[in-house]
Design a protein around this ligand. Sequence first.
Ligand code: BG6
Length: 515
Amino acid sequence: MNPLREGLAEERVPEPHVMIIFGASGDLTKRKLLPALYSLARERMLPPNFAVVGVARNPFTHEEFREEMKAGCDKYSRRKPVEESVWSDLGPRIYYLEAEFNDPQAYLSLKALLEKIEQERGTPANRLFYFSTPPSVFPMILENLGQAGLISRALSPWTRVIVEKPFGHDLESAQMLNRQLKQVFREAQIYRIDHYLGKETVQNMLTFRFANGMFEPIWNQYHIHHVQITSAESLGMEGRGGYFEEAGILRDMVQNHLFQLLCLVGMEPPVSLDSDAIRDEKVKFLKSLRPIPPEEMERYVVRGQYLAGHVLGETVPGYREEPGVDAASTTETYVALRLLVDNWRWGNVPFFIRAAKRMPKKVTDISILFRNAPVALFRPGGASGGDSGGVSGVVPNVLTIRIQPDEGISLHFGSKIPGPTMDIAPVNMEFRYGTSFGKEPPEAYERLILDAMLGDSTLFIRDDETEASWQFISKIHQWWKASDNRDIPVYPAGSWGPAEAEALPATRNAEWRDS
Ligand code: BG6
């Protein structure tokens, strides 16, 4: 049942099943997946006979793996420390299998273990696989699962697979991965995860736009001057230099997370809240993005790489000095794009989006900047109409949707300063999740894992959606590859990016809003 449609008050408890995590010794399992399962257990949202099997190369016993996961939950879960009463129930339902992903025998051992667990717990063979490994091994896992008879297209008992990002490296690899997955699964069994869709603030975009009547009439080129989407992080590589060298920020953040935000701002109202109706609109929007001609790429895309600098009071090294990074690397840690959308709603409204590491602070937000009033009665710093003399402080109206932190929505407009002159000051109307609801939102992974367990794919990426986004992004990579002899612009860590990026909003007489 679709929770967006039915409201969240309903009881949402999945059918009994076993979740099998490939790559279970990785950071994600300890930091996100197990803490999410722990929270679901705590809130009694897991089915009674639920079990988890971690599969990885490390030599753990079941007990050692349980201890490791408990330590992860203690450190990373929303409610720390772990409550013994919850863990004493969840802990014994966690199992571990040491396996080389290329060893067919390991998959027979997995099958035997699953059958044993299912028999002991008296559950049907519902299985949720979670691929938390590098994408290069997905095909190998799929083939071996198939040969061991662990993949079924049946509706009951069901088999589903959650696939972690990165989903491919470019358009061709994403298409190939889709083909490989769909040789063995139906699309409805495949859950391509993007954790941004699990964030409350991101889901609220749908509610904000489509549950309120007052925004739709102004949500278009007649009223909106431009849109800015910023994802700034103060962190650098945190030991992920090797991965990032291959990825770059365009793949790491834009192709997935920022394009999802972009879709939610720009898509047309869906015909219903069914998963396919929403995803149809996202795909349609992505297909409306105006392709950037290679000869104009420089006017639409700016990349950058951070130098040593100061972030939040700390001196930090430059990207090229990070472990695992080539000393002559041209991988981008900053990217800004000017996007145009060829459809009736957005014709000629630019979307400026940027993502970067080592910015002054962590913030993700979306700003909708509205057109000025059609007649400038109040001229900034000049004479206003009537006898009121000069005014100052006329500001554009901005609606800011703060994805994180300080989650909320604010409306920025000009107000008369009390007193005898007509001076104007910018003021804000604010909505804050914290104060309005006074309750802590669930972690993104809690929501997404629960949805996959329930068979609801609304907040997951469909095959054509991922391909449409790669279609656009891969062109930029191709152009960078072809022009790799050019120097990459740089910016000091702790600044808002390379000076070259100012040129993008300047095309609309605008500036980046330093979030
Ligand atoms: C991940 C990226 O997908 O998202 C990371 O690989 C990035 O590089 C992270 O730091 C950001 O997620 P969040 O939820 O902290 O904004």
